[in-house]
Design a binder for this molecule. Structure first.
Ligand code: PGA
Length: 247
C-alpha cells in the first residue's frame, strides 16, 4: 500500500500562501510513490484543488462535513460541497471538532456515511485523551470509537483511519513506537471486524506531533500506513521532508 501523507492546515492559510505551498509540495511529491493529501480551510479548498489538478500524487481534502446532505445549517459545509470544490478526501471526527463542536461518534458515523455515498474518502480520526492513556483505557476507548464511527457499509468503499492521541496533537509529545504499533494492530482488528475489509486494505495513519525528525521511524512502525500532519504541513520544507521519509 502506498504511504499516505495528509496535511491538515487547520485554521491557517491564505490564498497567497496556498499557491506557493501547493507548488512546492507537488514538486517534491510527484516524483515519489506516495499519496499526499492537502486539507486546507474550506474557503481555500476550490483554489487548492485547482492548483493540484495537474498533480499525479497530491489530492485535496476537506477538514469536515455535515451529517445532513443539505439544509438550513448556517456556516456548515456538506459532503457534496466538499466534493464539488474538487476534493477527494475529507477529514472527519478530528479531536478539535469533537472538542469545539461537540461532534459525537454517531454524528461522525452519519457524516462518514454521507461522505462515502458522495464519493469522498473519509479520513476518520480517533484517539484517547491523556487521562484515558494514563488509566490504561486507551485501547478500549479507541476501539469503541472505531466501532462507533465506521458506517456498516464502509467495507464496500475506500476509507482511511487516523489514530491521533489527543495529548500528542500540537504538544511535541508522541507515543512510543511500541504503543503506536499496539494501537494500530487493535484499530485494524476492530475495523476489519466491523467492515469485513481485510486489515491490509485499511490505511491507518498516525497523527500528533509528526515532524521531519520522527516521520520515518513512525511510518516504519508496524500497521502504520502514513501520517496526518498538522503544524508541520504548513512549512513546505518540513512537509517535503516528511513526504520523502515515506519512501
Ligand atoms: P500536529 O497536529 O501535527 O500539529 O500535532 C496533528 C493533527 O491535529 O492532525
Amino acid at each position: 500500500m502506498k504511504k499516505i501523507i495528509a496535511g491538515n492546515w487547520k485554521m491557517y492559510g491564505a490564498r497567497s500562501m496556498a499557491e506557493a505551498l501547493c507548488r512546492e509540495v507537488v514538486g517534491c511529491a510527484d516524483g515519489l510513490d506516495v499519496q499526499v493529501v492537502i486539507c486546507p480551510p474550506a474557503v481555500l479548498l476550490a483554489q487548492v484543488s485547482a492548483l493540484l489538478a495537474g498533480s499525479k500524487h497530491v489530492k485535496s481534502g476537506g477538514q469536515t462535513c455535515h451529517t445532513q446532505a443539505e439544509g438550513a445549517y448556517t456556516g456548515d459545509i456538506s459532503a457534496a460541497m466538499v466534493k464539488d470544490a474538487g476534493a477527494t478526501y475529507v477529514i472527519l471526527g478530528h479531536s478539535e471538532r469533537r472538542r469545539d463542536h461537540f461532534e459525537t461518534d454517531s454524528a461522525i458515523r452519519q457524516a462518514a456515511a454521507l461522505a462515502l455515498q458522495t464519493g469522498l474518502i473519509p479520513i476518520i480520526c480517533v484517539g484517547e485523551s491523556e487521562d484515558e492513556r494514563k488509566s490504561g483505557k486507551a485501547l478500549d476507548v479507541v476501539g469503541q470509537q472505531v466501532r462507533d464511527c465506521l458506517p456498516e457499509a464502509a467495507g464496500i468503499h475506500d476509507f482511511v483511519l487516523a489514530y491521533e492521541p489527543v495529548w500528542a496533537i500540537g504538544s511535541g509529545a508522541t507515543p512510543t513506537t511500541d504503543d503506536i504499533a499496539a494501537m494500530h494492530a487493535h484499530i485494524l482488528s476492530v475495523a476489519s471486524e466491523r467492515t469485513g475489509k481485510e486489515k491490509a486494505a485499511i490505511p491507518t495513519l498516525y497523527g500528533g506531533s509528526v515532524k521531519a525528525a520522527n516521520a520515518r521511524e513512525i511510518m516504519q512502525t508496524a500497521g502504520v500506513s502514513g501520517v496526518l500532519v498538522g503544524g508541520a504541513s504548513l512549512k513546505a520544507d518540513e512537509f517535503c521532508r516528511i513526504i520523502s521519509a515515506a519512501v
